[in-house]
Write a new protein. Sequence first.
Length: 238
Amino acid sequence: MWPSCRCDMRCLAQDGRTGCRCWACGHQSFSAGPYRTSSTKQLLTHACWLLLRRRSVHVAVHHMMLQLLRRFPGSYLIRAQAGELRYLAAFTTPTAAAAWCLTVQEASLYLPYPLELLGFPSFGVQLDVQGRLVFRGPRFKMGLAEGVPTCILPDHMGRADYHAGFVNRAARYADAAAHGGQVATDTALAASILQHWRSSSTNTTSTRRSSSSSSKLPGSSDATAAPAPAGAVEEAGP
């Protein structure tokens, strides 16, 4: 299972003009000719500031991802590109990959982002109608795909780099299908993951009820929890 994650700002070139796109609000600005006007200087200064802030964001995000990967045995961070804030990781099961992605989305809300970054409208704190935190900081786009790699080669850092069609598919899910704060995958894989979680939840609930019943002393009574009749089926809790 291969989740891909990205959040980036790009320098642009269009119709002979140069400029950059703000990774916070998506605003694009260009200089109209080969001469550097005052607006162009301000644009380049803004781009340099964003690049520096991007580095600080990468350090926080990278550390958080590594900490969470330790909770999933067999996981491996394949790639971490600080310049584009792109990350690629491998897991032994689809459910582990999905759980990691959702945990990253939740944990990223509480990272120590620069205050200047949180000042952007797209990166500011957003709450729901009940006052619960919904967004804070960059919104990560994540994609999931399942498969077996066809080739494993060391990269320039000596780390294992996996190659296969489904690795590229995970990146396309993140780039084209997911919006900021979402995890995208195909319908069949999503249904399989949800079914596994439902089964695990049902088994856990049944185990807890059995343990609670067996722990009661002989002769004790519980008026609020009568035993179910033979053949009856109890609905599992959420």
